[in-house]
Design a protein around this ligand. Structure first.
Ligand code: ZN
Length: 501
């Protein structure tokens, strides 16, 4: 059986090499590639992706996995080998259920819809995009049918991004979040003057913004011997190995938090990928377990650490050295309050940590209505605006700032959005657990010592890579499945104090 396991590892290793090469081509595309390279690059990526897919869905791979399944079931569930066979089998079964023609049609329709979306957004005309969205939706309904489901059509689509998570579980979680958060947002909206962040909205030298970002990433524990930072229009993290995990960032010349927190956010993603056990290198277990768990790491460092008072007690003297003019008379408390200003806004990516979740809930609800054909595509803008009014108290002036703002649906990525909020929830649950197990956690952050938190995350979470699902990890680490209470308590305590509610 050892021979078969070695054969599996050899095959998966080669596929991982190809996929990592694809990621590297993608990283270059978004950082250094001259515009003229776009055509050739798209072809290279398509060829290599196709090659990796063909190798993965090979009949021989299916036979190997079937033969190893019984053997793996006798090993400890947590072991590297049992996990490798289990997760590879899960990925393989899914990949085999989708006909190649449908994969091609989805990619093709997505490319056309992306173009249509860009033009429709520029013109702020949803009807231009509607037929393309309808096509994406029809294809995804077909896709969900191929994967199969017993309860909700949303389940198999969600599963692509958050394995084993169910729509019903998210609905229950979101209902609780909504019940608590909507009144909180409305209460804060009536006290907008309580928090002043005007000193953050003035010119900040870009080189110094870069320097302070690099400095903070190092402080948090990002290993630059196994990583690097570059610039790109949209910040992202990309891994080609556990030992080569890169981040990108961007700056706004006259709004300090944009670049600073983008760097911390991506550093959080990178710390996770760098922390996966070396024994999982070059297997499909290297990397984060799901989008939601990945987002829990970026948001923990960005919000629970970087937007926390202990962090600013440590960091404000250094920030003031770099920006003496802008931060004159700004102490830790003033900075803490300013970086936590809440402002119900039209645009999801600009939202603060409270209202962000309402943007997600809105999208999740609309996606379900569309997929279950309870809502017609033509009526989508109206439904969008009605929910914006209900949850955030604001109405988009046009489609560009409303229903057309996100790229996801143009690619046919339905089921993706909830993972952002799952990340917020899980981050709070983990942080609460860490505080119980690591005494003096916040006192150490105040001293600029981040390793107690990082070490805890490494041992409890990062090291496992893709072995476990969100609910498995949650039970393993905190003794409970995903909870809403830690997140709601955190928000209520923090913002009642900041806004003196
Ligand atoms: Zn992220």
């Amino acid at each position: 059986m050892q021979d078969k396991l070695n054969e599996l590892k050899k095959r998966l290793g080669e596929i991982s090499d190809i996929q990592n090469a694809v990621s590297l081509l993608g990283w270059d595309q978004q950082t250094y590639m001259p515009p003229g390279g776009a055509g050739a690059r798209a072809q290279q990526i398509a060829t290599l992706s196709h090659l990796a897919h063909e190798k993965f869905i090979d009949d021989a791979m299916g036979r190997l996995l079937e033969e190893l399944r019984v053997y793996a079931s006798k090993l400890s569930y947590d072991s590297d080998d049992a996990s490798l066979v289990r997760v590879a089998k899960r990925d393989y079964d899914k990949a085999r259920r989708i006909p190649a023609t449908l994969v091609f049609e989805i990619a093709h329709a997505g490319a056309q819809a992306f173009d249509a979306w860009r033009q429709a957004r520029a013109a702020s005309e949803f009807p231009q995009f509607a037929p393309f969205l309808q096509r994406n939706l029809d294809l995804k309904i077909q896709y969900a049918g191929c994967l199969g489901y017993t309860d909700r059509i949303y389940d198999p689509l969600l599963d692509e991004f958050e394995p084993d998570m169910k729509t019903a579980q998210i609905e229950a979680i979101f209902a609780e979040v909504k019940k608590e958060i909507v009144p909180l947002v409305h209460a804060i909206a009536s006290r907008q003057d309580t928090v002043d962040n005007s000193f953050l909205c003035r010119p900040f030298d870009e080189q110094k913004q870069w320097d302070i970002g690099m400095e903070v990433a190092k402080h948090l524990g990002y290993d630059f011997n196994r990583g690097r930072q570059d610039r790109s229009p949209h910040p992202f993290t990309s891994s080609f190995s556990i030992n080569d995990v890169r981040i990108t960032t961007r700056f706004m010349a006259d709004y300090f938090p944009a670049g600073f927190f983008a760097t911390i956010h991506e550093t959080g993603h990178a710390l996770y990928d760098q922390g996966v056990s070396q024994s999982l290198e070059r297997t499909l277990l290297a990397g984060g377990a799901s989008l939601g768990i990945h987002e829990s790491q970026s948001r923990m460092w960005e919000n629970l650490v970087g937007r926390g008072l202990p962090f600013w007690k440590f960091f404000i003297p250094r920030a003031r050295t770099l920006f003496p003019e802008q931060l004159k008379n700004v102490d830790a408390v003033k900075m803490y309050r300013a970086v936590n200003r809440v402002q119900p806004s039209l645009i999801r990516v600009e939202a603060d940590e409270i209202t962000y979740n309402l943007h997600i809930i809105l999208r999740f609800e609309l996606e379900n209505m569309l997929l279950e054909r309870r809502l017609d595509v033509k009526d989508l803008p109206e439904a969008w605006n009605a929910k914006m009014r209900e949850y955030l108290g604001i109405t988009p002036p046009d489609d560009a700032e409303g229903v057309l703002q996100d790229v996801h649906w143009s690619h046919g990525a339905f089921g993706y959005f909830p993972t952002y909020s799952l990340g917020n929830l899980f981050a709070s649950q983990l942080f609460e657990q860490c505080k119980k197990e690591v005494p003096g956690l916040e006192a150490s952050i105040e001293k600029g010592e981040f390793y107690p938190l990082l070490d805890w995350l490494r041992i409890r979470l990062h090291v496992h890579g893709r072995k476990f699902t969100l609910n498995e990890l949650s039970n393993k680490i905190t003794g409970k499945p995903l909870q809403t209470q830690p997140f709601i308590t955190y928000l209520k305590n923090k913002y009642s104090e900041i806004y003196r509610l």
